[in-house]
Design a protein around this ligand. Structure first.
Ligand SMILES: *Cc1c(COP(=O)(O)O)cnc(C)c1O
Length: 222
């Protein structure tokens, strides 16, 4: 077995165990493999190993990879998104996890393509990681619900550095409840990375975004 195959299988086992420990059905959890900065052959290997959900964070790179990999791959855009690139990302990404401001909703809105989106929340004091302030989440959600072509799946967050992920994800879970009061179908939670997916699963995560635990270290960004 290749190293990637071994890591993938180990992570699958760990996700299944963590889901059960959290009282969750492992089948209700989607693992997205975050392949940003990784070379195409690695993605092709993951595809051969059965992976279909890929996460990318830079438009140019994501578009190139999407053009190369099979049509059955599902692209999740997880990075910060500039308004002027928004429409182009919709051409290949089925899901955008990083919708964090009203101007981006306006830029994305279009009846021509159907795109699922998550509202990204900033749980800490690190605006560099993106996300809407919790008290501005509901207006953002209302704008997404009203936007043509966008379907709100739920909330997304990256836990603040240095904070216990359980307490960060607990806040995300209660924000998710508030969103569901407004939009019952928007019940998904995109949370959980290589180092904290156990905590995310304890707090309702439905979409894990796992990179290095499966891919190995990322090459330096080019
Ligand atoms: C890179 C990235 C991940 C994956 O992080 P790992 O620690 O490699 O698992 C998840 N979510 C976002 C938004 C990312 O940018």
């Amino acid at each position: 077995m290749s190293q990637v195959a071994e890591r993938l299988s180990a992570v699958r086992d760990r996700v299944e165990i963590a889901a059960r420990q959290a009282g969750r059905d492992p089948a209700s959890v989607t693992t997205i493999v975050v392949t940003k900065f990784q070379p195409l052959p690695l993605l092709q290997e993951l595809h051969r190993l059965g992976i279909r959900d890929f996460g990318e964070s830079r438009h140019q790179e994501a578009r190139e990879k999407a053009a190369e990999l099979g049509d059955d791959a599902v692209w999740h855009f997880v990075g910060q998104l500039q308004g002027k690139k928004a429409r182009q990302v919709r051409e290949y990404a089925r899901v955008i996890h990083s919708v964090d401001r009203l101007s981006l909703v306006d830029a994305l809105a279009s009846e021509e393509i159907a795109t699922d989106v998550f509202a990204q929340v900033d749980l800490g004091v690190d605006p560099a990681r993106g996300g809407v302030a919790p008290d501005a989440l509901i207006p953002l959600v209302e704008a997404i619900l009203a936007a043509p072509g966008l379907t709100l799946r739920g909330v997304m967050a990256v836990p603040p550095l240095g904070e216990d992920p359980d307490s960060a994800y607990e806040r995300l879970e209660s924000l998710s409840e508030r969103v569901r009061a407004l939009a019952p179908a928007a019940s998904d939670i995109s949370a959980g990375m290589s180092g904290d997916f156990g905590a995310a699963l304890r707090h309702g995560a439905t979409h894990l975004r796992i990179g290095t635990a499966i891919t190995g270290e990322r090459p330096p960004r080019g």
